[in-house]
Write a protein that binds this ligand. Structure first.
Ligand SMILES: Cc1cc2nc3c(=O)[nH]c(=O)nc-3n(C[C@H](O)[C@H](O)[C@H](O)COP(=O)(O)OP(=O)(O)OC[C@H]3O[C@@H](n4cnc5c(N)ncnc54)[C@H](O)[C@@H]3O)c2cc1C
Length: 211
């Protein structure tokens, strides 16, 4: 085992949930580590090519996402393409009966998310797999992580399990529900026709079409 590292708070998993938790904790002055097994932040929303935020309203035109959720939406659009719906941008006070949505580029979102986390002072551990938990009494006191440097122990008084499938809880031996995984076919279509439309309209949005 390599040397251990200590933080005030460790977030397991760098998806949107983990990134939101790490951002808020770091801004509150804590020394935060974010441990992510892939090499990209955003989790399913970026690596899984989920390139659409919906719903942004209650179906009647009233804004329902605020705070860090709203900030992440804005981050996803920082480097474009994509726009917040006009009504929602004006405070979501209209009477629209459709669900407001905003599409974003997963790559642009991951870039903006990385920048925000770094700016907040979060220590990012990419390509680092959480593979065991240290438990003393009834508390999690550490996680064992594995990367190219070998295996290390990361300790902290507080952990947030944002792995999407409760990996930390599972490694403590806690009872976890199990279910079958399912595959959803979800892709971004790029075509010459869409590229022409983007050029003609001076907007890259047609390049974010899903199929
Ligand atoms: C087809 C589809 C469409 C969707 N559309 C919408 C939508 O329109 N609106 C909406 O609100 N939601 C939507 N969702 C759901 C939404 O995408 C997810 O709920 C959300 O992205 C989950 O975020 P998360 O951070 O909780 O988990 P995840 O994104 O799963 O993040 C978990 C992170 O933890 C990391 N990790 C896991 N295990 C370990 C480990 N052992 N060690 C280190 N790292 C680990 C993973 O690599 C990942 O980065 C959709 C989902 C799908 C599949």
């Amino acid at each position: 085992m390599n040397k251990s590292r200590h933080y005030d708070l460790i977030v397991a998993g760098g998806g949107v949930a983990g990134a939101a938790a790490a951002l808020e904790a770091a801004r509150a002055g804590l020394r935060v580590a974010l441990v992510e097994k892939t090499i990209i932040t955003g989790g399913l929303a970026t690596a899984g090519l989920i390139n659409i935020y919906l719903p942004l309203c209650d179906g009647r035109g009233h804004q329902v996402t605020f705070g860090i959720a709203e900030e992440l939406l804005q981050l996803s659009l920082r480097y474009g393409p994509g726009n917040v719906p006009v009504d929602w941008r004006q405070g979501g006070k209209g009477e629209c009966h459709s669900r407001y949505t905003a599409t974003f580029s997963p790559a642009a979102f991951a870039l903006a998310l990385d920048e925000a986390l770094s700016k907040a002072g979060v220590t990012l551990w990419f390509d680092t797999l959480i593979c065991a938990a240290e438990v003393k009494g009834n508390r999690v006191t550490g996680i064992e992580v594995e990367n190219k440097s070998g295996r290390s122990l990361f300790t902290a008084p507080v952990f947030i399990d944002a792995t999407g499938d409760a990996d930390v809880a599972h490694y403590t031996g806690a009872e976890c529900a199990e279910a079958d995984n399912c595959l959803s076919i979800w892709g971004i279509e790029a075509s010459l026709q869409a590229a022409r439309k983007a050029v003609a309209g001076n907007s890259a949005e047609p390049l974010l079409q899903l199929f």
